[in-house]
Write a protein that binds this ligand. Structure first.
Ligand SMILES: O=C(O)c1ccccc1N[C@@H]1O[C@H](COP(=O)(O)O)[C@@H](O)[C@H]1O
Length: 208
């Protein structure tokens, strides 16, 4: 079970996520989010993250050269693309030594052709609700067949619903942002710890 805590912007909450046992921490570089950080702040936060924890930059419909420049400046090793970026952008990230996550809404993924599914199977997927970062879950009928390979479930996860949704969707891992906040854009260390514990607990029970 892979756990990603996203939308971090303070040293304290990054430390809480790492100490709680998160596999990845995410920083939002998409403009217009209450969680958007500049690359300089992200670089200072990334400097305190152990190498065993993946660092992820979140982008949405930004030019790929800009994405690569920000990822380099911030020092993140992984790039999560949330918009309608072409597959060429994913290939370019791989060529640049960055690890891509392709984020898609559940309904978009559910509507893909077999050929498109298998093309995307080359990448790690993140299946989200229609409006990323809004803390909204998608309807359980929207996804249909689960992706093959490694994929993360996102969209409105919380410490309270993580175990149930993990058991229902059986993803490779989970990703959360709004659900571990006390107010929009403000991360809550207690909820981060509770989320990691709930997700780990559910994964442990699933493997028994
Ligand atoms: O967090 C944002 O504001 C954001 C902005 C643009 C693209 C993605 C964004 N967030 C990502 O959305 C998912 C799910 O978030 P939530 O748990 O429903 O709040 C997650 O990967 C966030 O990083």
């Amino acid at each position: 079970m892979y756990i990603k805590i996203c939308g971090l912007s303070t040293p304290e909450t990054v430390r809480t996520a790492v100490d709680a046992g998160a596999d990845a921490v995410g920083f939002v570089f998409a403009p217009g989010s209450p969680r958007t950080v500049d690359p300089g702040l992200a670089a200072r936060l990334v400097a305190d993250v152990p190498e065993t924890v993946e660092t992820v930059g979140v982008f949405r419909d930004q030019p790929i050269d800009e994405v690569i420049g920000i990822a380099r400046a911030a020092g993140v090793g992984t790039v999560q693309l949330h918009g309608s970026e072409p597959d060429d952008d994913l290939r370019r990230l791989v060529d640049e030594g960055l690890r891509p996550f392709r984020a898609l809404s559940a309904s978009a993924f559910g509507g893909l052709s077999e050929a498109r599914r298998s093309a995307l199977g080359a990448y790690r997927l993140l299946i989200d609700a229609a409006e990323p970062g809004a803390g909204v879950t998608f309807d359980e009928t929207e996804l249909g067949r689960r992706p093959e390979g490694f994929w993360l479930l996102a969209g409105g996860l919380t410490p309270e619903n993580a175990a149930r949704l993990f058991r229902f969707f059986e993803p490779s891992g989970v990703d959360v942002s709004s659900g571990v906040e006390s107010a929009r854009g403000v991360k809550d260390p207690v909820r981060i710890e509770a989320f990691v514990a709930a997700a780990r607990g559910a994964a442990g029970r699933a493997s028994e």
